[in-house]
Design a protein around this ligand. Structure first.
Ligand code: IPM
Ligand code: MN
Length: 359
């Protein structure tokens, strides 16, 4: 019997449903080509539901989503909902409660995609950021003292547990070894100033490094990393870092790979439920126009298949997307692709089904 996978889908707000529709179209084509089946179960969580019911996630949601090995997320964010409510109530809550302790962000410049960096080509930009996803400044530790008075104090602490740091570093070494491209792992930190948090990170990093003699263990300060992403992106293979630095450098990464139209990521619990998403927002102004670029959501589907163990199918989605960016699209920008959202999804699906030729 062929393999079958259940996938929980949270299409979410704004253009989320439009790009998820295309991602599902392509996932179904991949399933057909590679001989497995996919069963999608949809959930209506997001801003629209929150405005209707006053509830961000129903009581049963986390328990229900936990049953899936993989989730596909469109976009969360609604112009009528105060910033923070949905991000905290859905995205961060799922990351924490389902212990998705890795945020995996490939940064790869695809053929034909405009890169804002002068003279850089797809050969120069191909690295992966492994961001710790459940600790650091995101842990919510801290508080106010004398709030609202002239003596007010606000403290926000970065929580770094040996266990949390080590499992993230270990994942990054394993990932780097499996990827087998540059065999170099760079710890991105700030050991010259954050002398507690990154002391722990650095010690854990070089201890785990001893178990990986074939991987070059490298270190760079986060501020230097932002310079080198722009000047020498070809220096990087895999980067591991904490939650806050990872949040910042992966947005810079998204820009050098051509923008939010192409950037996908995974919130991964290697032993549990993982959630894959295009990292761009809900783009309210483009909603319902069938002009938004679905490639990031399609690439998120590719990462999802890789995580499920369908690596060849995942890789083929990536190749199909590279074909489309290289040969077909005029631009990645909404409205300027030369095709509608659904036409782009059709082209990628047709590549997978052999109707359009990739090789
Ligand atoms: C990301 C996002 C989130 C984060 C927000 C929406 C809470 O920016 O996934 O990078 O800060 O982690
Ligand atoms: Mn971010």
């Amino acid at each position: 019997m062929s393999k079958s996978y259940d996938i929980g889908v949270i299409a979410g707000d704004g253009t989320g449903p439009e790009v998820i529709r295309e991602s599902i179209k392509v996932l179904k084509a991949a399933a057909q080509r590679f001989g497995f089946s996919l069963n999608f179960v949809e959930y209506d969580f997001g801003g629209t539901r929150y405005l209707k019911t006053g509830e961000v996630l129903p009581e049963s949601a986390v328990g229900e989503l936990r049953k899936f090995k993989a989730l596909l997320l469109g976009a969360i964010g609604h112009p009528d909902v105060k910033p923070g409510i949905l991000e905290k109530g859905i995205l961060l809550r799922l990351r924490f409660e389902l212990d998705m302790y890795i945020n995996l962000r490939p940064v790869k410049l695809f053929p034909g995609v405009d890169c804002p960096l002068k003279d850089k080509t797809p050969a120069d930009i191909d690295f992966v950021v492994v961001r710790e996803n459940t600790e650091g400044l995101y842990a919510g530790a801290g508080g106010f003292f004398k709030k609202g008075t002239p003596d007010e104090v606000a403290v926000q602490e970065s929580i770094n547990t040996r266990k949390g740091v080590e499992r993230c570093i270990r994942y990054a070494f394993e990932y780097c070894k499996k990827r087998n491209i540059g065999n170099k792992l760079t710890l991105c930190g700030k050991t010259n100033v954050l002398t507690y948090a990154f002391d722990l990170w650095e010690r854990a990093f070089y201890e785990v490094a001893k178990e990986y003699p074939t991987i070059k263990a490298d270190y760079a300060h986060v501020d230097a990393i932002t310079m080198w992403f722009v000047k020498n992106p070809e220096w990087f293979d895999v980067i591991v870092t904490d939650n806050m630095f990872g949040d910042i450098i992966t947005d810079l990464g998204a820009m050098i790979q051509g923008g939010m139209g192409i950037a996908a990521g995974g919130n991964i619990n290697p032993e549990g439920t993982s959630m894959f998403e295009p990292i761009g927002g809900s783009a309210p102004k483009y909603t319902g126009k069938n002009i938004i670029n679905p490639l990031a959501a399609i690439c998120a589907g590719g990462l999802l298949l890789d995580y499920l163990g369908e690596a060849e199918a995942g890789k083929t989605i990536e190749s199909a997307v590279m074909h489309i960016t290289g040969e077909r699209l005029k631009s990645l920008a909404a409205g300027n692709m030369g095709f509608s959202t659904s036409e782009v999804g059709d082209m990628v699906a047709n590549c997978l089904l052999g109707v359009l030729h990739i090789y």
